[in-house]
Write a protein that binds this ligand. Sequence first.
Ligand code: HEC
Ligand code: HEC
Ligand code: HEC
Ligand code: HEC
Ligand code: HEC
Length: 487
Amino acid sequence: MIKKMVSYSIALGGVSLGALLLSGLGNAMEKPDPMMYPYAPSLLRYQKSSAQFTPPETCAGCHPQQYQEWQGSMHALAFTDPVYQGELNKAHKAVGNDVTRQCEGCHTPAGVVTGEVKGPGVSGLSDVAVSGVSCDICHSVSGHSGWETPYRQPENGSLILSPGKDTPAGPVLTKYGPNKRTEECGGGFHECVEQPLLAKSELCANCHQVHHYESHTPLESTYREWKDGPYAVKGIGCQDCHMVDTETFIRSADTFKKPERGQIRHYFNGANFLVYALAEQAAKKSGDEELAKNIHEKYAMAVARLQAAADLEVTPVYRDQRLAEIKVRVKNLRAGHNLPTSLTNIRQLWLEMTVKDQSGKVVMTTGTVNKKGELPKEARLFNSEGMEKGFHFAVDPWEVIAFARHDTIPPKGYKDVYYGVSAGSGKGPLSVEVKLRYRQAEQELAHALLAAVPKDIDLAATYGLTAMPDLPIVDMVSKSVKVKPVL
Ligand code: HEC
Ligand code: HEC
Ligand code: HEC
Ligand code: HEC
Ligand code: HEC
């Protein structure tokens, strides 16, 4: 900083330091110090010692329940996920390591700090690297440096990883947990360290708050959406909905009552039923029926979560006694952040409506997917639209530097949509059917991504994918109402 000031004042001759600060130059947001952040643009930090990271299968020996819950979860799949690998490969081709290190910092943090992962691809890597966000990521977190960065928030991987320490007797593993340490803790394998961060949303925020590697545009803002909403104030954090079963999540959302420690489950279940479906397929192909069953339960949980997240209200609007519009209110009942959240420019959440007259003839439809899996242009989507430097539409995270539109539903909030309909000449009631539908991405994008998957992932051999199938859609809520055309 001082050095910079000096060179400015030399360059500007007589201009005083005060004038410089007033002119705004001194206020420019600094980039994080590369000396502090050797893995930049990822903000990961590593307290290196001769203690190594431990693969999850070793933890499973003494913590079988946590392992079973985590196995096949999105955290277990964070690195091998073919959708991620496809996009990573595209990022590598477009920008190179300057951006992929940032991606890997969240999708395989241990692989980054040990220097093992150096770009797309999954073969020849250690168990720890391939295991993505595994036990020894979260339980090696001695703290985070988010409050010290120029941005003053946990984001972009700002975790400090300390898997162990050197002692005169040799390396000792240190595992950070939410509870007070006890005598027997660690079973002689690891020391236990109490770490209150584990029970806070700020742990998750380090990876669930994603900013552009150069422009700092918020690309995934789940943590900030949560922090600005009612759940943060009521003390209901990410863990209270994502580290419990479906029933307990619903209770957290409806009553703001925190789960007991004994109700904690390592499911990290969200909305990604598509990747669970792929992973279940892969487990079946490899002959591991037990794993396939485990992942199938996670798939069902993701669908159940989506179906508990929202509600619809359908109301006719009359003008001069005649039906003029149908109002659809979409409520975010139980997502602790916006609905949808994170990759809002890629996920698709939309309304489909069909209106039929008394004879069953369709008088209006909107939001119906065609045979090729495409949505009509006029469909009402709740999402965002990213754009690149030249004010054109963009989806890739290294290109998106601003949003042309942000239209998601805040926690415990709603959005109203009005559809014009004609009362027509009919006298009998109209049947109105409305559905709130969700899928991971539009059909075309999924095509492009799977085509970009690195060569060492064989989609046919691993997942049985030879052609791109129609992306599955989940109906989150459906409502049917009868509406009088004339009052
Ligand atoms: C700060 C942490 C972080 C960084 C950096 C990051 N990601 Fe992610 N990524 C996430 C999280 C968290 C999700 C899960 C969001 C969700 O499912 O809603 C995710 C999801 C994804 C998905 C969707 C996967 C699926 O199956 O739908 C892709 C693709 C992806 N990331 C690619 C990338 C690429 C490429 C980069 C680098 C340009 C990157 N990510 C950088 C945290 C990060
Ligand atoms: C994404 C981060 C994350 C990952 C990955 C993770 N944990 Fe945890 N773990 C937590 C958090 C957070 C808690 C405490 C939750 C609370 O009490 O609010 C916890 C609690 C625990 C506990 C205390 C007892 C309990 O269940 O509450 C044990 C033991 C544990 N984890 C072991 C594991 C093992 C073994 C793995 C790998 C199979 C693992 N964890 C993977 C975040 C993680
Ligand atoms: C040789 C057995 C053994 C192995 C292997 C083992 N642990 Fe533990 N661990 C224990 C015992 C015993 C406890 C105390 C009882 C309990 O909480 O289950 C414990 C407790 C914990 C806790 C809870 C601390 C708290 O705050 O309640 C965490 C977190 C944890 N272990 C993480 C891990 C991780 C991560 C691994 C793999 C890197 C691992 N353990 C491997 C035996 C083991
Ligand atoms: C080290 C980074 C990291 C940390 C810490 C982390 N996550 Fe994640 N999380 C990810 C990544 C990366 C993905 C997405 C993997 C993918 O889509 O391929 C993900 C996925 C998820 C998903 C699944 C999303 C979906 O679409 O189904 C949930 C839910 C989730 N995380 C919750 C949490 C919670 C709760 C915490 C804190 C206890 C947490 N995460 C901590 C990196 C992290
Ligand atoms: C009150 C319960 C609740 C809380 C608190 C909560 N979530 Fe969620 N989360 C949900 C529900 C319901 C969904 C499914 C609907 C959706 O996708 O928004 C979800 C979905 C997600 C997804 C998947 C999004 C997608 O479409 O791919 C991620 C990632 C996630 N949550 C992370 C977090 C993180 C990180 C926090 C804390 C900052 C958090 N959640 C807090 C209920 C909650």
